[in-house]
Ligand binder design. Structure first.
Ligand SMILES: [Zn+2]
Length: 60
């Protein structure tokens, strides 16, 4: 099932969102986005936070 993570949920005022089947893919794309757009290093702490915030698409 498809999963989703928004940059807003991560605490940024940013409309970026990622949808992917695998959490690892979401992590990888979010890491690229953080570095490119927010110049923030995607640390282990942020990765854990991201994984807590990943939601299944369609779930409330
Ligand atoms: Zn962002």
């Amino acid at each position: 099932m498809e999963k989703r993570l928004t940059c807003r949920a991560m605490g940024f005022n940013c409309a970026f969102e990622i949808r992917a089947e695998k959490e690892e893919e979401i992590d990888r794309k979010m890491a690229e986005h953080f570095k490119a757009v927010h110049t923030v290093e995607f640390t282990e702490e942020l990765r854990k936070k991201a994984n807590d915030l990943i939601r299944l698409v369609g779930a409330s």
